[in-house]
Design a protein around this ligand. Structure first.
Ligand code: IMP
Length: 177
C-alpha cells in the first residue's frame, strides 16, 4: 500500500532544475536527441526538457516492465522502438530509475549498435545496492535505498504514476497518506 513520501515534489523540482542546467552545459557542439524510456520517464522527461533552453528532439522507447511484481526478472524485451535515426547524434537516454541495471544496459547496447556519436544515461533515481550489472548514470538525480517507490512516473501495476511526490510502496502493507 501507499507509504510515506520519500522525495517531495519540491525536492524533485529542485533536482530536475539542477540536472537540466548540467545537461544544458553539456550540450555545446552536440546534436542532441532525448530518448525517454516509457512509461516511467514521462513526467521527468517533460519537466527536464522544458527547462533546457535549447531546441531539442525527443523520442520514446519501451522495454518490458515488471508487471504486477516489484522485482526484476532480469530479461528485457523491446516493446516499442524509436522512430528517429540516431546515427551521428548525441543520445541522452532518459529513465525514471536504475535498479538492477539490466534495462539500461540492454537499451544502451541497442542504441550503440546504431552508431550514434555518443550515448549518455540520465536517470532521476538509482538504487545502487540493487545493481546486478555495472551501470553508472552520467546524470543522476537521487540515490535511494532498496525500497519500492511510486509516483512522478513510477508505477505499481500501472497505478500511482500521477502522484506528484515519490512515495514508498509496500505491497499488501497498511495504507498511509
Ligand atoms: P532494472 O532493469 O532492474 O534497472 O529496472 C528498471 C525498471 O524497473 C525501471 O524503469 C522501472 O520501470 C522499474 N523499477 C525499478 N525499481 C522500481 C521502483 O522502485 N518502483 C517502480 N518501478 C521500478
Amino acid at each position: 500500500m501507499l507509504g510515506r513520501i520519500v522525495i517531495s515534489r519540491e525536492r524533485i523540482d529542485a533536482v530536475v532544475g539542477r540536472m537540466a542546467a548540467e545537461i544544458e552545459s553539456d550540450l555545446e557542439n552536440r546534436d542532441p536527441i532525448f530518448i525517454g524510456v516509457l512509461k516511467g520517464c514521462v513526467y521527468f522527461l517533460t519537466d527536464l526538457t522544458r527547462r533546457i533552453g535549447r531546441p531539442v528532439e525527443i523520442d520514446f522507447i519501451q522495454a518490458s516492465s515488471y508487471g504486477a511484481s516489484t522485482t526484476s526478472s532480469g530479461s528485457v524485451v523491446l516493446v516499442k522502438d524509436i522512430t528517429a535515426d540516431v546515427r551521428d547524434r548525441d543520445v541522452y537516454l532518459v529513465e525514471d530509475i536504475v535498479d538492477t541495471g539490466y534495462t539500461l544496459h540492454d537499451l544502451v547496447k541497442l542504441i550503440q549498435a546504431r552508431h550514434p556519436r555518443s550515448v549518455q544515461v540520465v536517470a532521476l533515481l538509482s538504487k545502487p545496492s540493487r545493481r546486478e550489472i555495472e551501470l553508472d548514470p552520467d546524470f543522476l538525480g537521487f540515490e535511494i535505498d532498496d525500497v519500492f517507490v511510486v509516483g512522478y512516473g513510477l508505477d505499481f501495476d500501472e497505478r500511482y504514476r500521477n502522484l506528484p511526490d515519490i512515495h514508498e510502496f509496500v505491497p499488501d502493507g497498511p495504507e498511509s497518506s
